[in-house]
Structures are given as structure tokens and as C-alpha cells.
Design a protein around this ligand. Structure first.
Ligand SMILES: [Zn+2]
Length: 481
């Protein structure tokens, strides 16, 4: 069965055929590094991580590029407000982003280009557009002339006739109704100078518009034509429409073969937005005791093109599912195995393994149908539990055990939540060892009547979110809720 994706460009599900057999070039619009990412942003990054992992599962050699928007209206505004340079402003948000990725098991891209490092490539594209009569200067800025590019609107299907010839928009973000010539290069303003976001060009000092950044970074890293472009559904217009116009306008070649867009996340039924304060970061959840592995599982329960309603009830159910699946994997791993088992015993798990892997692949091939693929893993776990129960104390055949464990591992190489939960429990165990050791040190300090040290150790333990209670049976500890 072929792998199929829903392509926003054609509004159809299509068989995936990469430009070069066996290889995939893939670009995701990364975050604007001006705020910590919320769990809605993280859903998009999780989606590109899932896509990349599944392409690798299918044997493709993937080059995955995710940019960091470190110069645009928002970052400049932030740097100005904090009275720091653009670099000083964005750096902590970049560190925080990668910390969020690590916590959620989102693997780093092969390249994370920063817009500020690709300005010469942006200038070059703008120069080519001008040479081809697709861009014009106005008051030190350069704009894309959409009336000269008949294919404008092909991705977003916006009504181009609604745009009035020669009218311009200089903001990085604008509405779907606002079909006008968009800015490629912005003449420097005093605030740009103040934060060090100015480059000298043939058009005078200035800085790039947001859309040109992605055209430059993606083509520099993946070539003028590449396979997959991913982003949130809110980027279809104007951002991705403008990327196509810039890239195809400059090169005369098709830019991207498949456009994939991930849907929004709702928080208890409402759209998450910074503007309304209805918002959660991963850190907020972790502070409430939520394990990132259950967030990852929850993301998988909805198709990427559907809105996902994020609820604490759903999160609790996800945590339980992760616990059960990982528990089964652990029991299977720990069950004694024999190289030459009882000849009267039928190793029934082999069939379940084959069926699960086939069902998983078929579901994921169908535009990454993760909820159906998850059901395949649950069925395998059910079969494994039944098999272990049937065996009781008898050993399992080594080959049967290895096949079932390999199937868990293969599916989790894509899903990623069991591996993530393994890491989380190691942290728990590490914490437990540390707390026990500190409690013993505190007891010793008290015994020698060094109460200052004992109190200092108690504070040190409390700082890790652990509450110690002294009982007649000795000290007991628990995680603060
Ligand atoms: Zn982009």
C-alpha cells in the first residue's frame, strides 16, 4: 500500500512520491522566538516530529529543517520593550523551545536555521524578483507585485480579484481578506536600529519581511524544489501563499510538492490564544504534575487535521493508557524466556505481532491516521497480556518474546511516548535515591544536634517539590501536590 497525504495545494489525498527516490526534504515553519511555546504551538511541532519519524519508519532518508523566526515585528517589539538587542532577547526563548522539545520527545531537526543568519540569501531572492519584474521599491521598502504573478492564491484559494492593484501591506501578519502586495524588505525604522535589526542593501538599510525568511532558509537548506512543507493551518494565508509566490517567482520552478497543515488545539473547548489568556505551556502542566508522555499520547488520539480538544480528563485517560502499555511492555520484557520452550506450546503472539504491524502501517499510510494506529498497539498489548496470563510461570519462547518486543519498539519509534515514559520514570527513580540520601544526612545532622544543617537540608529537599514528614516510624516523604 502506498503512503498517502492530504495535500492542501490540491485539496486531495495523494500518493506520496518524493522528488528523489528514497529521500525526503521536509521543512516546518518553526516558532517566532518571542514567547514560550504553548501546547497548541507544540502540537504542530509534535506533528512534524511524528511525520519525520514515520517517514523514517517507511525507510526514507529524511532531511528535516525547522527554522527559528528571530527577526520580525514581534521579536523587535519585545527587544525594544526589554531594552535589549534582538539576539539577547531571542536567545532565552530558543533555549526554552529546545527544553520543551526534549521534554516532549520532539527530536531536533537536522537543521534549525535562524532567520538572522540567512539575510544575504533573502536579499538575493528579492533581487531576482525585482529583475523578473515581480517586485518594486517604494519608500526604501520592496514589495511583491501580486498582479504580476498569476498563480497567486493557488494554495489558500483567496479571492485575488478582491485585491486592489498597487495597494500594499507592510505588516508580517494580516487577514485573509487583505489580499494586497506584501512586503519583502522593510525600510529601517528607528526601533529596528535600536535593537540591532538592520542590514545594508542596495535599497538602503532595512530588514526582511517574515515571509521571505522561510523562502530563503528552506531553499538554501533543501534546494529550490523540495517534497514536504509543514505548518499550522493558520499559516496557509498569507505566510505560505507568499512563500510560494516568492520562491516560484524567483526560480520559475515548482517550490513544494506536498503542503501539510496541522489543525488547532482547543483548551477545554475554546481556542487557545495568547490574546485571551486561555493558554497553557508545557511547563504549566508539568508543575501540575502532568507527565509529558501523556501529553504526547493525547496528541496522538486526534488526527492532525482535526481540532484536538485538550482536557484534563483526556490527559488523565492518556496517562493511564501510557501506564498500561508501558506496563505490558515491561512485563513482556521481564518474563523468563527459553530458547527451547515446551514443544506442546504454540507461540501465538507471532500472529498478533504481524497483524498489529500491518494495521499500524496501513493506518499511518492513510494520511497518518494515528488513532487507528494506536488501536493496533493496544490490540498487540491485549494479545501480549493474554499470552503472559496463559503462560503463567512457564517461560515464553525467546523468538516470540523478541518479536513482540521489537513490534513495541518499532511502533514507539514513531509514537514516542513509551520511550519518553521510560525516561520520566528514571527521573522519578533518580529523585527517590536523592531524597533518601538527603533524609539520611538530615537524620545524622539532627543526631549530632547540628540543627542548622538539618534545617538547610529540609529546605533543599523542599526546593525539589518534596515534602518530608517526621513520624514515629522515621521520616516519610511525598511529592508536594
Ligand atoms: Zn514559515
Amino acid at each position: 500500500m502506498p503512503l498517502r497525504f492530504y495535500n492542501t495545494l490540491t485539496r486531495r489525498e495523494e500518493e506520496f512520491v518524493p522528488l528523489e527516490p528514497g529521500k525526503v526534504g521536509m521543512y516546518t515553519c518553526g516558532p517566532t522566538v518571542y514567547a514560550p511555546p504553548h501546547i497548541g504551538n507544540m502540537r504542530t511541532f509534535f506533528f512534524s516530529d511524528l511525520l519525520r519519524r514515520y517517514l523514517e519508519f517507511r525507510g526514507y532518508e529524511v532531511k528535516f529543517v525547522m527554522n527559528l523566526t528571530d527577526v520580525d515585528d514581534k521579536t523587535i517589539r519585545g527587544a525594544l520593550r526589554d531594552g535589549v538587542s534582538l539576539n539577547e532577547y531571542t536567545e532565552p526563548f530558543i533555549d526554552d523551545l529546545f527544553h520543551n522539545f526534549d521534554q516532549l520527545g520532539i527530536r531536533r531537526a537536522d537543521v534549525h536555521p535562524r532567520a538572522t543568519h540567512y539575510v544575504p540569501q533573502m536579499i538575493d531572492i528579492i533581487r531576482r524578483l525585482q529583475e523578473r519584474g515581480l517586485a518594486y521599491e517604494a519608500e526604501g521598502s520592496v514589495y511583491f507585485d501580486i498582479s504580476e504573478f498569476p498563480a497567486y492564491g493557488q494554495l489558500s484559494k483567496v479571492d485575488v480579484s478582491a485585491g486592489r492593484r498597487g495597494e500594499r501591506v507592510a505588516a508580517d501578519e494580516y487577514d485573509r481578506e487583505d489580499v494586497r502586495d506584501f512586503v519583502l524588505w522593510k525600510a529601517a525604522k528607528p526601533e529596528d536600529e535600536q535593537v540591532g535589526a538592520v542590514w545594508d542593501t542596495q535599497w538602503g538599510p532595512g530588514r526582511p519581511g517574515w515571509h521571505i525568511e522561510c523562502s530563503a532558509m528552506s531553499m538554501q537548506e533543501l534546494g529550490e524544489s523540495f517534497d514536504l512543507h509543514v505548518g499550522g493551518v493558520d499559516l496557509v494565508f498569507p505566510h505560505h501563499e507568499d512563500e510560494i509566490a516568492q520562491s516560484e517567482g524567483a526560480t520559475g520552478k515548482p517550490f513544494v510538492k506536498y503542503w501539510l497543515h496541522g489543525e488547532f488545539l482547543l483548551l477545554e473547548g475554546d481556542k487557545m490564544a495568547k490574546s485571551t489568556g486561555n493558554i497553557f505551556n508545557l511547563q504549566d502542566l508539568v508543575e501540575r504534575g502532568v507527565k509529558p508522555s501523556s501529553v504526547r499520547y493525547l496528541y496522538l488520539t486526534a488526527h492532525y487535521r482535526s481540532k484536538l480538544n485538550f482536557t484534563f480528563e483526556g490527559l488523565a485517560a492518556s496517562a493511564e493508557a501510557v501506564r498500561r502499555l508501558r506496563g505490558t511492555r515491561n512485563r513482556l520484557r521481564e518474563h523468563p524466556a527459553a530458547r527451547d520452550p515446551d514443544p506442546a506450546d504454540t507461540p501465538t503472539l507471532h500472529t498478533a505481532v504481524d497483524e498489529a504491524l500491518a494495521a499500524f502501517t496501513a493506518a499511518m499510510d492513510e494520511d497518518l491516521n494515528t488513532s487507528v494506529a494506536l488501536a493496533a498497539l493496544h490490540r498487540l498489548a491485549g494479545a501480549a497480556n493474554a499470552r503472559l496470563e496463559e503462560l503463567g510461570a512457564r517461560p515464553i519462547s525467546h523468538a516470540e518474546q523478541a518479536a513482540a518486543l521489537a513490534a513495541f519498539e518499532r511502533m514507539d519509534a514513531v509514537f514516542g511516548f513509551i520511550g519518553l515514559a521510560d525516561g520520566e520514570s528514571q527521573v522519578d527513580e533518580g529523585l527517590a535515591t536523592w531524597v533518601e540520601e538527603r533524609i539520611a544526612a538530615r537524620q545524622a545532622a539532627r543526631k549530632s544536634r547540628d540543627f542548622a544543617t538539618a534545617d538547610a537540608i529540609r529546605d533543599e529537599i523542599a526546593a525539589r517539590g518534596v515534602v518530608v514528614e517526621d513520624t514515629p516510624m522515621g521520616a516519610r516523604w511525598s511529592l508536594a501536590s
